[in-house]
Every structure is written in C-alpha cells, then in structure tokens.
Ligand binder design. Sequence first.
Ligand code: UT7
Length: 340
Amino acid sequence: MSQTTAVYASFRSIGAYVPEKILSNADLEKMVDTTDEWILKRTGISERHIAGENEVTSDMGAKACEKAIERSGIAKEEIDLVLCATVTPDYFNMPSTACIISDKLGIRDVQAFDISAACSGFVYLLSVAKAFIESGMKKNVLIVGAEKFSSIVDYTDRSTCILFGDGAGAAMICATDKKEEGFIDLHASADGSYSDFLVTPAPGTVNPVSQRVIDEGLNFVQMKGNETFKLAVKTLTKDVKEILAKNEINSEDIPHFIPHQANYRIIKAVGDALKMNKEQVVLTVGKYGNTSAASIPMAINDIWESGRLQNGELMLLDTFGGGLTWASALLPFAGKAVEK
Ligand code: UT7
C-alpha cells in the first residue's frame, strides 16, 4: 500500500488596498439627516474610504493581491487558483471579477472564479482554498475579498449609507506538510430563510433591469438593521464559543480575535461574551466602516503592517453577513512578520 504525506493549508501572507478618498461623518451630516454623535455611538464608525469614480472592484482587488503575492515569496507562475469574494463585482453576470483580477496580475491559464457570501466571503474563501489544497488539487491559492460597496449604497438612506466603505484584502494560502502551520478548524454555515435581512433586489432574475428598478432604487442595498444586529451578536457569539470548545482552546490564549467589522457594538458584545481584553480584539471599523468581504483581510493586514502579527500566532476569525451566512476559523499565521 502506498503512503501519501498529509498536506495542510497554511495562511502564508496578507495584503490590502484602501482607496484614498475619505467619507467622514461630517461629510454624511451634509448628505442625510444624521449626526457624527449618532453614528459614533451606534456604530463606532468615524470615517470610511470610497473608491474613485473610475476605480472598480478588480482594480482594488488586484492591488491587494500584488502585496499578498510579494509578501508570500511565491512567484506568480506558481499560483494555481485565484478566488474572489465580492457582492459588488465588476460585472453582475460575467466575466467574474477573479478572471479580471488574474488578467490584471498577469496570471494566465489558471482556474479563477468568484463566490458570493457577502460579508462572510473571505472566511468562505478560506474553506474553499483549504478543500482544494488538502485534496491535493491545488498548491498555491490566491484569495481576495474586494468590494466597491459605494456602488450599491443609496446615499439618501441614512440607515445604510453611514455603514459601508470600499476596499480589498488578499492572502496567499499555500500547501505545507507541517501540521503546526495548517488551519486548525473552520466552520461555515448559512440560513436562507433570513435572505430578506440584507438584500440588493436588482439586477437579477427577480428584478431584471427596468425603469421600475431605477425609479424604486431596487439596485441599492436594503437592510433590516436592528434584526440583523441582534442575530449577528447571537450567532457570532455561539459560533466562536463552539469552535474554541471543540478545539479545547481558551479565549485568553487567542492573541488576535479578528471579527467582521460591521459595528463596534456587535464586536464589543461578542468580545465581552468571550471575556477578551482590548488587546486581543482587532478593531478597524472606526476608520474603514463595513467593507463586507474585504473587512477581515483588511483588519489582518492592519495588524501585520503594524508588527502586531507574528509568525505562528493564532488568529480567530468570525464573520456574519447577507444570505444569511456566517463562518469562523481558527488558524496560525504561517508567514513572515513585517520587516521593520
Ligand atoms: O455586515 C453584515 C452585518 N451587518 C450588520 O451586522 C449591521 C447590523 N445593524 C446595525 O449595525 C445597526 O442596526 C444600525 C447601526 C444599522 C442601526 O442601529 P440601531 O441601534 O439598530 O438603530 P435602529 O435601526 O433601531 O434605529 C433607531 C433610531 C430610528 O429612529 P426612531 O424610529 O427610533 O425614531 C432610526 O430612524 O435611529 C434612527 N436612525 C438614525 N438616526 C440618525 C437610523 N439611522 C440613523 C442615522 N442617524 N444614520
């Protein structure tokens, strides 16, 4: 009987792109009936970054990917799968944003496709990359969460326009035979019976492009904010508690808890339920807002660039979003720390 060596998926590098233009709470005060005080108190957000008019999702995604590739030490020619998570693709039908990003990076003749899991997109991508690598089908998987959320936000709707921002975050996920470098656990789930909690009604087969779509603003994101908030706190807390218990890891042994950055109050409630201190919980929502599939990799990039994320340190990821979808992951950072 032939013996094969076990292969594990490892998180090798991180990169992100943040567009230049800032939309502050003061700017929003001039656009809708809101105040800096209300936004800060209810969400923890001070500002968010907005892509340029001609800057599209794949532009931001490709820039994040360039950094992740360079920091991984893997040559572009060695990448054998490109995956993008986005709900604001360059084109709603085809081609996929992953195909366009691959082209912008000069990666040719390699499988590339998008997934749609809203804010849970990046952790969903980790599960896909893990499956491809651990089955032996691929070795070096480039994953990217990229969103131009401003393209589906109605800037006359104060309940949503204060929340979202644009950006991208990417990572290289690579095969390794070292078990200690591999993902420890990952859990991803969904419940479509809550699909009306977060929805962009058009364009799609339910509401193809028409004058009615434009007149009724069906191309903009709609959210049942308060209901989503309550379910997010409950689900995220349950999910992280379960993954920690299953792997017999105490929350105090997690140096980096990196939750989806939707609302400071959600993050605080989950962090408190886990009895985590401020140093453990990564917070970027204040400066980026909610960037959907890009939020977790942008947050990981922040702690990497500031030198907080070191080789071998454990990351606990936890996310929740439209679908509804949710996911959590427990994994070590298997790349090099930032060179200072
Ligand atoms: O990324 C995917 C997951 N997304 C989330 O998890 C987002 C979850 N939801 C939230 O973050 C919060 O629900 C919001 C920040 C969107 C809203 O906060 P809330 O504490 O749930 O407020 P609410 O929707 O219950 O509204 C309270 C009041 C309402 O006024 P009345 O009816 O009490 O008079 C709203 O009209 O606040 C009003 N309001 C605002 N006031 C000033 C809503 N938006 C604004 C605003 N400025 N921007």
